[in-house]
Design a protein around this ligand. Sequence first.
Ligand SMILES: [Zn+2]
Ligand SMILES: [Zn+2]
Length: 332
Amino acid sequence: MVRFTVLASGSKGNSTVVTGGKTRILVDAGLSCRELFRRMKLADEDPATLDAIIVTHEHSDHVAGLAVTARKLGIPVYFTEPTHRAWVRWLSPRKQMTYAQWLEQCRQQAAARMAEADAPSADDCDPEEIEILADLTAKQEDGSATDSTPAQKKKKKSEVERDPTALPAVHYFQAGKPLQIGDISVSPFTIPHDATDPVGFVFQAEGVRMALATDLGYIPPNVKAQLKSVDLLLLESNHDLEMLRDGPYPWSVKQRVLSRVGHLSNEACATYLEAEYDGQATYIVLGHLSESNNLPELARISAERALNGRASLLANRLLLAPQDEPLTSICF
Ligand SMILES: [Zn+2]
Ligand SMILES: [Zn+2]
């Protein structure tokens, strides 16, 4: 069984379930956990059977529900190391302080704890969340995280309260180095986007190849190479150039979207489909459409025009991934 279910696509949240063999991966978790579960139910996907979450980059429309979802399901999260660090920083806003101020804060916290009956240990001041993550990861790996005496539950809960970045387990991958998650082979590749270490993916299972490439300012040669011979292509068609230019965004934001590390326009998507795309995909899914600077019909017409010139491509099915509801599962 190979299945691809887009739960949401766009600047208000992105998430997709990829199923191959007995393995199911959630790609990005850009909606709240509650909303992700609701949409999975709508799409006939069971959250309890997810094996892992893999993250493209740390922008909030891709990670908003990540920690809660991973903790609720007790499943590992795959990041590149720079993306993981960026995500931890994003969730750990900390004002700058001098060493003396930090020591003073520790003293005050210790005094406050002594005033309470059940004071926790003195390591509350440890600024290294990574240690807590490693601690939780180790527990998960040796199986002890599954024990659940009330005292341990309380300790785990307090760790989470203290550290919103705590995850059941963290695994690192690198762009350009394929990895295996259960029955699914994953090829991560670098994309040009204004995040720390953003990636797209090609997923392969049972001989079916599915590519996911959104959040990219343009399509460089390394991405073109990855998009060859895929059965499913989820490609960004973010904005219509004229709508963006005349649209409501401030000039600086327009410049960011248009830049080489911004988002792919309908026009750039069409140029790729017309001139470079190899016509192999059974399904082309247009994704990450802007609500302010695009219309689904404009994105569709632009891509259709690009494909229609090529008779050999008539077998391709063109779909649009919506923001507010799941796209019907694509099965192979
Ligand atoms: Zn995005
Ligand atoms: Zn992004």
